[in-house]
Write a protein that binds this ligand. Structure first.
Ligand code: SF4
Length: 367
């Protein structure tokens, strides 16, 4: 099928008519609404934007998970990035999403208004070019993201090494998605009946990258982002619920292979090493992030640029730490759509276009 076929309205209606009895049956069997977590922020947006969330609502609670990279970045990392921006000989380069994320005392927009040299880039390669064009400055790229964005940042580090660029640095705050999902399953109180797993991350790590979750025997389906992808992934979760032993299902076979993208994984293994960073809401998670390998440590901002940050604290009342774990939703936060809006975000979940609060502000609040 081509991409448009996954948006085919009549086909979607037919599939939904077929799915409805299964939804009703599982709902009655369990005796409550089913709790399915969409791990990825892009899925959170897709379920709302397409209306699939509303269609499923009589039977399914779709809970957002830890799949928005800006949202799970720890407050201390945000403060450290802002501290770099305050260094006089440093140019900070970042994706636009990071600009409004509140630090303990300011954000990157405010620092730029105060004179800091902060430049928004659309790709990490632009940050490397900025470094080459500004030999008298130290250029730091803020490396926030999951398995999806890390390879392109790894590539800039390889190029910087090959081209002997000596003023390019990366602040690596990359996160790995499976350990976060696994930590949710290790919580004996969890009430998650199934996971819609991120398609983009899976392009890199493959179905194989999720196999560690199978020991928990909770249904999990890798999904694409079109309406028919979303619906068929939920149907697969319902079918998996009926099986005694569940395995990771790949419902995004047009882009996800069993072992993912071997070249990208090799690149990640060469440039980064796995470590145990802190996540917003989760705290320190074992082997859940990437830091720069010792062979590339001359490009590691953490090791080469001293910038003292303030003691970190989050805005009082912000529930982002619970929202990224799926324990609460935006409507549980008293600041949602009152003090906290996309124009005046008080937490990262309202900043990022894929943040749960931002998505609910845009699509879910007036129902
Ligand atoms: Fe944080 Fe704002 Fe979301 Fe509340 S509405 S949890 S303050 S981002």
């Amino acid at each position: 099928m081509n991409l448009l076929a996954y948006r085919n309205g009549p086909l979607f209606k037919r599939l939904f008519r077929k799915a409805a009895p299964l939804l009703k049956e599982q709902h009655e069997r369990v005796g409550r609404k089913l709790n399915f977590m969409e791990v990825c922020g892009t899925h959170t947006v897709a379920f709302s934007k397409t209306g699939v969330r509303d269609l499923l609502a009589p039977y399914v609670n779709l809970i957002s998970g830890p799949g928005c990279p800006v949202c799970v970045t720890d407050q201390s990392d945000i403060d450290q990035m802002i501290a770099y921006a305050k260094c006089e000989d440093v140019i900070v380069t970042t994706f636009g999403d990071m600009m409004k994320v509140p630090g303990t005392k300011s954000n990157l927009y405010q620092e730029r208004a105060n004179g800091a040299d902060i430049r928004i880039v659309h790709a990490p390669s632009q940050a490397l070019e900025i470094a080459k064009d500004n030999p008298g400055k130290r250029v730091v790229f803020l490396g926030v993201g999951f398995e999806t964005t890390a390879p392109s940042i790894a590539l800039t580090l390889k190029k910087a090494k090959d081209q002997e660029v000596d003023n390019y640095y990366v602040y690596a705050a990359h996160k790995l998605t499976p350990p976060a999902v696994e930590s949710l399953l290790q919580d004996s109180d969890h009430k998650i009946d199934g996971f819609v797993l991120p398609g983009h991350v899976s392009v890199i790590i493959g179905r194989d990258g999720w196999r560690g979750l199978e020991k928990y025997n909770v249904p999990a389906v890798i999904s694409g982002f079109e309406p028919i992808d979303l619906l068929t992934s939920v149907v697969l979760l319902l079918k998996e619920m009926e099986k005694p032993m569940r395995v990771i299902q790949n419902n995004y076979q047009r882009n996800v292979r069993e072992f993912g993208n071997e070249r990208a994984k090799h690149l990640l293994g060469e440039v980064f090493k796995v470590h145990s960073p802190s996540w917003r809401g989760f705290g320190k998670l074992p082997e859940s992030g990437l830091t720069i390998h010792s062979d590339y440590e001359k490009f590691d901002a953490r090791k080469n640029i001293l910038a003292v940050k303030p003691k970190s604290r989050v805005v009082k009342g912000c529930r982002c730490g619970e929202i990224v774990k799926g324990k609460e939703g935006p409507f549980d936060c008293k600041l949602f759509a009152t003090a906290c809006t996309p124009d005046n975000p008080l937490g990262p979940c309202m900043v990022s276009s894929e943040g749960t609060c931002s998505t609910y502000y845009q699509y879910e609040r007036q129902k």
